[in-house]
Write a protein that binds this ligand. Structure first.
Ligand SMILES: Nc1ncnc2c1ncn2[C@@H]1O[C@H](COP(=O)(O)OP(=O)(O)OP(=O)(O)O)[C@@H](O)[C@H]1O
Ligand SMILES: [Zn+2]
Length: 712
C-alpha cells in the first residue's frame, strides 16, 4: 500500500477530510487520496444499466399485493353492496302493513327498509287493484318480486304509522342514517392494513426458520444483479490495468470456470472463495467482473448491505436464493461487495439492532459455502476495505481461503490505468500520460477514471478538438483543490494569507528531505483561503522520523509566519494544527518514535478501534499522560524550529510573500525563484496531489459549508 505522498498545507481551517482518509489507512502514514470522490462512481451504475440485468425480487411481491387488494375490493363490494330491494311507493307499503304482510322494518332517516312476510310484486301485474294509481306511470318498467323492500316516507306524513306498525306486530328497528354498520366500516376500513400487518408479523416470525411466503413476496429474493455473458460489453482483463500481480492470482479461477471438468477429473480443490481486499476504488469489483468476463460465465453481483433488511431472516433467505440462482446457472461467479457489512467478527462491534440479522446472514453465507463440494462450479468472490475486522470463520479453509490484496497502483500502474481510460478519448499531442501518472500519487483507478472524464468535460466546454494536457492539469487541480471560489478578501487578509502560505512553502523548501513545493496559491478554493502543495518525486511507502518532523515543521509554518510578521495569530491555522497534532500523536503512540514512551504501540488500533496496550484495555493513565506530554513536546519543538527558520530567512519570506501577493499563484519554478533558492525538483506538472481542507473561518464569519463554489 502506498502511503499518502503529498502534503498540502493551506490557510483556511476546519473540517478535515483526511480523517476519513486515515480510516482507510493500513500501515504506515497514510493520507488517502484527497480527491477520492465518495459515491462518485459514475461508471458502476451506468455500466450496470448498460449490461443486461434482471432483478427477480420485486415483481412477484407486487403481483401478490395486487391480488390481495383485488380480493379485498371484490369482497367489500359484495358485502357492502345493498341487497336488491323492491322500491315501493309509501302507499303500497302502508297497504302491506295493514294487510299484515310486513314482518320487520328498519328506518334509516326517512327511508324505510324491511321484509315482507310474503313476496310482493311491484308494479302489480293486475293494474286494477288500485284504480287510483292507474294514471301514474309505473316507477320501474318491469314488475319485480321480492320480500325485501324499501320505501321513502313523505316527511309531511303524520299518519300514525308507528301505532299501525305496533298494532300489526311489526318489528321496528332504527339505525343512524349512514347505512354501513360500524363493524363493517371498521373491518373494511382497517381490514387491509390489519391483514398486511398481520402478514408482516407472521413473516417476521417464520422467516427465521424458512423462506415461506416471504419468497412469494420477493422479500427473500436476493437483490443480486445478474450479468450474463451474452448481454452487453464484456469486461475483460484488458479493462483492468496496473494491478497485474493481482490478475495473475485470479487467472487460475478463470481457467477453472472455463474447464471445470478438467479440475474435477483430477480431484483438484479449487478455491471456493476469493477475498479481494484493498482501499476503495482500486478495482476490486472490476477485477471480479473481468474474471467472469474472461471465463464467459454469469456474474451475480450484490452488496452485502443489501442482504440486510429490517426483518430478521430475510438476509439469510436472500443468501440462499442467491446461491440457488448461481448454482442453477453454474459455472458462475457470485460477487459480494462490502463483505464487512455482514462479515464483521461476531460478537464484536457496536450492538446495533439488526445484529442478529447480520449474524444469521453471515451464518447462511458460511453454510452455503460449506455446502459446496467444488463440483458446482460456483466461485464466490468478495470485496472488503477492512479485511482485518472480518470474522475469522470466513477465512477458514474451504471458505474465503484465497486472499488477494488489491493495492493502489504505483506510477507505472497509474499510467496503464490512464491508458485504459483514455482508449476512447482523442488526446492532444502534448498529452503525456507518464507525466500525469507521476503527478497523481495516491490516486486509485476510480480517481483516474474520474480525472479522464473531468478533463474530457473541460475540453468539451472549451471547445477543444482533442483533450489537451492543460485540460488534464486543470481538471486535476480542480479535483484535488476544489473549484476556485470568488470571495472578496480585504487587502490585509490577502497579505496575511500570502505570508501564511509563504511560511509553509519556505519551510518546505528549506527543510532537508521535505517534499518539493509544487505550487502556492492564494486564490480561495473550496473552503481554503490559500494552498501550498508539496509532493514527492516518487511514491513513498514509509516515513522516517526526520521526515515526519519536517512535515510538522512545515505544517506549523503558516502560523509561525503570521506570528513572526504580525505578532498576532489568527484562526487560519486550525487545520494545520490538527494535522500536525495527528502526525505527532501517531509518531508517539503508533510508531514508537518518542524515546520517552519507547517502542510501544499505545494508540487504539485505527482499524479495529480496539485499544492495543498494555493490558488490552488501553494504556495506563501514566502512559497516557506521557503520550500527551510527548506530543506536546514534539509540537512545541517543531514550532520553535519553524519560527527560528523563518526568522533566519525573513528576507526570503518577505520576497516570496510579495511575489505571491502580486501573482496569486506560483508554480514550483517561480516559487523557488521568488524565495531566492535553486529549484529542487524537475517541475513536471505544476499539479499536486493533496487537498486543502475545508473549514470555517471564524475570523471572517465565513462558514465552512460547501456553499456555492464558483469556478472561474
Ligand atoms: N485497475 C484498474 N484499471 C482500470 N480501471 C480501474 C481500475 N481500478 C478501478 N478502475 C475504475 O474505477 C472504477 C471503480 O472501481 P471498482 O468499483 O472496481 O473499485 P472497488 O475496488 O470495487 O471499489 P469499492 O471498494 O469502492 O467497491 C472501475 O469501474 C474502473 O472504471
Ligand atoms: Zn496553513
Amino acid at each position: 500500500m502506498t502511503g499518502r505522498q503529498e502534503e498540502v498545507v493551506d490557510r483556511g481551517s476546519g473540517i478535515n477530510r483526511r480523517e476519513q482518509r486515515e480510516q482507510n489507512a493500513g500501515k504506515g502514514l497514510r493520507w488517502g487520496p484527497p480527491w477520492r470522490v465518495e459515491g462518485a462512481r459514475p461508471d458502476t451504475e451506468s455500466d450496470r444499466w448498460a449490461d443486461s440485468w434482471r432483478r427477480p425480487g420485486g415483481s412477484r411481491f407486487w403481483l401478490v399485493l395486487t391480488g390481495l387488494l383485488v380480493v379485498n375490493w371484490l369482497l367489500s363490494g359484495l358485502l357492502l353492496a345493498p341487497p336488491q330491494r323492491l322500491d315501493v311507493p309509501y302507499t303500497v307499503f302502508r297497504e302491506q302493513v295493514e294487510a299484515g304482510n310486513v314482518a320487520e322494518v328498519t328506518t334509516v332517516g326517512d327511508t324505510i327498509e324491511g321484509r315482507f312476510e310474503e313476496e310482493v310484486t311491484y308494479p302489480p301485474r293486475d293494474q286494477n287493484s288500485r284504480p287510483g294509481e292507474d294514471a301514474l306511470p309505473p316507477l320501474s318498467g318491469q314488475p319485480r318480486s321480492s320480500t325485501l323492500f324499501t320505501t321513502e316516507r313523505p316527511s309531511f306524513a303524520d299518519d300514525g304509522l308507528m301505532n299501525l306498525l305496533l298494532r300489526e306486530n311489526v318489528t321496528v328497528n332504527a339505525e343512524p342514517p349512514d347505512r354501513v354498520p360500524v363493524w363493517q366500516q371498521l373491518v373494511f376500513g382497517f381490514g387491509p392494513t390489519i391483514l398486511l400487518v398481520a402478514l408482516l408479523v407472521w413473516l417476521a416470525r417464520r422467516s427465521a426458520a424458512g423462506a415461506g411466503l416471504s419468497a412469494g413476496m420477493g422479500l427473500s429474493r436476493s437483490k443480486a444483479r445478474r450479468y450474463s455473458p451474452e448481454g452487453g460489453p464484456r469486461t475483460t482483463f484488458d479493462d483492468v490495468a496496473g494491478i497485474d500481480d493481482v490478475e495473475e492470482e485470479v487467472r487460475e479461477i478463470v481457467d477453472f470456470l472455463r474447464n471445470p471438468d478438467r479440475y474435477r477429473r483430477l480431484g483438484a480443490r479449487v478455491p471456493k472463495g476469493v477475498l479481494l481486499s484493498g482501499p476503495p476504488g482500486t478495482g476490486k469489483t472490476l477485477l471480479a467482473r473481468a474474471v467472469a468476463g474472461e471465463a464467459g460465465v454469469p456474474f451475480f453481483s450484490v452488496s452485502a448491505a443489501e442482504f440486510i433488511e429490517m426483518i430478521v431472516g430475510v438476509g439469510a433467505s436472500r443468501v440462499r436464493d442467491l446461491f440457488e440462482q448461481a448454482k442453477k446457472d453454474a459455472p458462475a461467479i457470485i460477487f459480494i461487495d462490502e463483505l464487512d457489512a455482514i462479515g464483521r467478527a461476531r460478537g464484536s462491534g457496536a450492538t446495533v439492532s439488526g445484529h442478529d440479522e447480520r449474524e444469521q446472514t453471515l451464518n447462511q453465507v458460511l453454510t452455503e459455502m460449506d455446502g459446496f463440494d467444488g463440483s458446482e462450479g460456483v466461485v464466490v468472490m468478495a470485496a472488503t476495505n477492512r479485511p482485518e475486522i472480518l470474522d475469522p470463520a470466513l477465512l477458514r479453509a474451504g471458505r474465503f481461503d484465497r486472499r488477494v490484496m488489491v493495492n493502489p497502483p504505483d506510477t507505472t500502474g497509474r499510467q496503464q490505468i490512464l491508458a485504459v481510460h483514455t482508449r476512447g478519448v482523442p488526446l492532444g499531442d502534448d498529452v503525456d500520460l507518464a507525466v500525469l501518472a507521476s503527478a497523481t500519487p495516491g490516486m486509485v483507478g476510480a480517481d483516474l477514471r474520474n480525472l479522464v472524464n473531468e478533463a474530457a468535460l473541460l475540453a468539451a466546454r472549451r471547445d477543444h478538438e482533442r483533450v489537451q494536457m492543460a485540460d488534464f492539469t486543470d481538471a486535476l487541480e480542480k479535483m484535488v483543490l476544489g473549484a476556485e471560489r470568488k470571495i472578496l478578501l480585504t487587502p490585509e487578509e490577502r497579505e496575511r494569507t500570502a505570508y501564511h502560505e509563504s511560511g509553509h512553502a519556505l519551510l518546505g523548501m528549506l527543510t532537508p528531505g521535505a517534499d518539493p513545493v509544487r505550487k502556492i496559491s492564494i486564490i480561495p478554493r473550496g473552503m481554503a483561503l490559500g494552498v501550498t502543495l508539496q509532493s514527492p518525486e516518487t511514491d513513498r511507502y514509509g516515513y522516517s522520523r526526520r521526515y515526519l518532523q519536517g512535515r510538522i515543521v512545515g505544517a506549523l509554518g503558516g502560523r509561525a509566519a503570521e506570528d513572526l510578521v504580525y505578532g498576532d495569530i489568527t484562526t487560519g491555522a486550525e487545520n494545520d494544527l490538527e494535522q500536525a497534532t495527528k502526525i505527532a500523536r501517531q509518531m508517539v503512540g503508533r510508531w514508537g518514535m518518542s524515546d520517552a514512551v519507547g517502542p510501544v504501540s499505545v494508540l487504539p488500533d485505527p482499524r479495529t478501534e480496539q485499544p492495543l496496550v498494555l493490558d488490552g484495555t488501553g494504556p495506563a493513565p501514566a502512559t497516557r499522560e506521557l503520550v500527551d506530554a510527548e506530543v506536546r513536546r514534539i509540537l512545541e519543538e517543531c514550532y520553535a524550529q519553524a519560527y527560528a527558520t523563518l526568522t533566519g530567512h525573513r528576507d526570503r519570506l518577505d520576497s516570496l510573500a510579495r511575489t505571491l501577493l502580486a501573482a496569486e499563484t506560483l508554480d514550483a519554478d517561480e516559487a523557488y525563484k521568488a524565495a531566492g533558492l535553486p529549484p529542487q525538483a524537475p517541475a513536471e506538472v505544476a499539479v499536486p496531489a493533496g487537498a486543502d481542507r475545508p473549514g470555517s473561518d471564524a475570523l471572517t464569519g465565513r462558514t465552512g459549508q460547501p456553499e456555492a463554489v464558483a469556478a472561474r
